[in-house]
Design a protein around this ligand. Structure first.
Ligand code: GDP
Length: 183
């Protein structure tokens, strides 16, 4: 599997969304994945943003279009159009803030109300570099993921740990689901 440049011809375009409480690290996960950048400041603008990256899965070139809430969740302003057509989601919480884990049920409900029934959801416990301030054990993330039928990973956007893996896992799974549907 390899990343390719933006302009290449692609076989599929997949939309996926980032979701979760404010300040869990969604924007930094996306900038790490799409541009290999990390920002110490918070985001400058409010509004939906997205980024593309081309990924080779087997012999297919997939253009992944990943949407970021860009702060809209702070105002509970995410509308159904954000989820429309999304084949996958990274559902993110912050391992150092228990409230962001408790709120996952609400985000899951929203994903299931507005998203496609076979949407691929990867549960992501971000900020794994801050283990000394941890409020959510890794086991708790795993257990919730098992109960809800999700994939699970802990990541650090700051230290670039598991970020590529989380996105690529989601994209590969989406490819599997869509290929099976098209058989
Ligand atoms: P968003 O509101 O969910 O998009 O979160 P941001 O990406 O804007 O990040 C919120 C804050 O958490 C910022 O101050 C980031 O620098 C910080 N942050 C994001 N990811 C990590 C991480 O993996 N580790 C640490 N230590 N800080 C992070």
């Amino acid at each position: 599997m390899a990343a390719d440049s933006f302009d290449d011809e692609c076989d599929y375009l997949f939309k996926a969304v980032l979701i979760g409480d404010s300040a869990v690290g969604k924007s930094n996960l996306l900038s790490r994945f799409s541009r290999d950048e990390f920002r110490l400041d918070s985001k400058p603008t409010i509004g939906v943003e997205f980024a593309y990256r081309n990924i080779k899965v087997g012999d297919k070139l997939i253009k992944a279009q990943i949407w970021d809430t860009a702060g809209q969740e702070r105002f509970r302003a995410i509308t159904s159009s954000y989820y429309r057509g999304a084949l996958g989601a990274l559902l993110v919480y912050d391992i150092t803030r228990r409230a962001t884990f408790e709120n996952l049920k609400k985000w899951l409900r929203e994903l299931r109300d507005f998203g496609k029934p076979d949407m691929v959801i990867v549960l992501v416990g971000n900020k794994s570099d801050l283990g000394h301030s941890r409020e959510v054990d890794e086991e708790e993330g795993k257990t919730l993921a098992e109960t809800e039928g999700l994939c699970f990973m802990e990541t650090s956007a700051l230290e670039n740990l598991n970020v590529e893996e989380a996105f690529l896992h989601m994209i590969t799974k989406i490819h599997e689901v869509t290929s099976q549907k098209n058989l």
